[in-house]
Design a protein. Structure first.
Length: 152
């Protein structure tokens, strides 16, 4: 009886390593599958990053091309002077319009009997301060940045 029991136990335990190997291989396959999925995601992200880099480089090259094209346009001294004067002329025109409107408002307030000390805070409100700050920053800040970029 003992020999029969020993034979059955020997025969039955011979399957145990095979069962353990099966579960071990299954676990390894799942691990490899997850690893491959992560690698695929990483490759996909790298590809999208490379595409973004290429798009940024293309934008830079396009901008360089536009600047080179603009620099190559020569229309003679009169046309070049007119082209260069557009922004200053518009600025002077709008500044003149601003002064005229504020001047008319001041005259109107003084005509209503307001004192100058009462009229000025009404004319120079927060919106006017913000507009003035934006214009000054645009013109003088732009010049400072130009000087910094030329030094480099």
């Amino acid at each position: 009886m003992l020999s029969l029991l020993g034979s059955l136990l020997g025969f039955g335990t011979s399957f145990v390593p095979a069962v353990f190997n099966h579960f071990k291989e299954k676990s390894e396959r799942e691990h490899e599958l997850k690893k491959m999925e992560l690698q695929a995601q990483l490759i996909e992200k790298n590809i999208s990053l490379d595409i973004k880099k290429l798009q940024a480089q293309a934008d830079v090259e396009e901008t360089k091309g536009l600047y080179e094209h603009d620099a190559s346009l020569k229309g003679g001294s009169f046309v070049d002077t007119m082209r260069a004067s557009v922004r200053p002329v518009i600025t002077y025109t709008f500044f003149g319009l601003f002064v005229a409107i504020k001047g008319c408002a001041l005259i109107s307030l003084l005509g209503q009997g307001k004192l100058l000390i009462e009229a000025l805070p009404l004319l120079w409100d927060q919106e006017t301060s913000a507009l003035f700050a934006a214009v000054v920053s645009f013109w003088f800040g732009g010049r400072a940045l130009d000087k910094l970029s030329k030094k480099k």
